[in-house]
Design a protein around this ligand. Structure first.
Ligand SMILES: Nc1ncnc2c1ncn2[C@@H]1O[C@H](COP(=O)(O)OP(=O)(O)OP(=O)(O)O)[C@@H](O)[C@H]1O
Length: 262
């Protein structure tokens, strides 16, 4: 397997200042007094609020300040709905809050969903070529990319069939192979990256280790604390869209474990 294609080096950094992100969760029409009182009580308990138009809003991220510099491997922890995936999506540029709040320096690769950017009607091979074009690669680099991903994914003749015919395991192999083929400055990972069978996980870990070592900044989220312990130098603990603790991995993970047990 050839090494992932290197990207030009710049000093990577992520800076987030006073970031608030709210999502509408449902439209409420005319209401009886009973319903209004019910929703008022529920919103007090859940941290949601109602806008002037009657739309219920959830504060996914609240007054977030954060600076991440080159060399850091940051893990995000927090209970369901804490805002971990939302924060990763903000860093990936998928959610676009007002620009002064978020400054990203460096080329970002986001391993957030398996089939991100994949065209189901195209073959695996054509998807690789498409990805290469999107990266601005010349023919030689696209061929290298194809060899690398094909060798990793091990799909045989399925490589020339449309991706919509792939099993979920095949999709994971192709999606992971492609997403990890180019070394970015900043790597963002959701916990799906450890999906797949045991053989795939061993192969994936080898490839991921190489990628993480070559990347300036890594931000990942996982509910598996041993995974974060292994990969991360710094942990951000989020709850209800706010940072509860931010510090060296061993100390924050110990506090998080203690809170979960106590
Ligand atoms: N696109 C969206 N539309 C509406 N609400 C959203 C959207 N994305 C996230 N939310 C809400 O924002 C909050 C934070 O969600 P998020 O997915 O970031 O949490 P999480 O910490 O990743 O949770 P989990 O560990 O369960 O994956 C939740 O209340 C969620 O319902």
């Amino acid at each position: 397997m050839s090494a992932p294609c290197p990207a030009p080096q710049i000093q990577a950094a992520i800076t987030i200042q006073t970031l608030n992100l709210r999502f509408p969760i449902f439209q409420s029409g005319g209401r009886s007094l009973k319903k209004m009182l019910f929703h008022w009580g529920r919103s007090r308990l859940s941290g949601t609020a109602q806008s002037q138009t009657g739309t219920t809003m959830v504060d996914a991220l609240h007054d977030l300040n954060l600076h991440i510099t080159a060399g850091e491997r940051v893990g995000l922890v927090g209970h369901n709905g804490a805002g971990k995936s939302t924060l990763l999506r903000v860093m990936a540029g998928i959610y676009l809050p007002d620009s002064p709040h978020v400054t990203i320096q460096g080329h970002v690769a986001a391993l957030l969903s398996l089939n991100a950017g994949m065209q189901p009607s195209l073959t695996g091979r054509d998807n690789i070529t498409l990805f290469g074009h999107q990266q601005g690669f010349d023919k030689r680099r696209i061929r290298q990319l194809e060899d690398d991903v094909e060798a990793f994914a091990g799909l045989g003749s399925f490589m020339d069939l449309p991706v919509r015919l792939y099993s979920s395991g095949m999709s994971i192999r192709l999606g992971f192979g492609l997403a990890t083929a180019v070394t970015p400055d900043i790597l963002l990972m959701d916990e799906w990256f450890m999906a797949g069978d045991a053989h795939f996980q061993a192969m994936a870990e080898q490839r991921l280790t190489r990628l993480v070592n070559a990347t300036q900044i890594v931000v990942m989220t996982s509910h598996a604390l041993d995974v974060l312990e292994k990969w991360c130098t710094r942990i951000l603990w989020l709850e209800a869209g706010r940072i509860v603790r931010d510090g060296p991995a061993p100390a924050v993970l110990a506090a998080y474990r203690a809170a979960a047990e106590g």
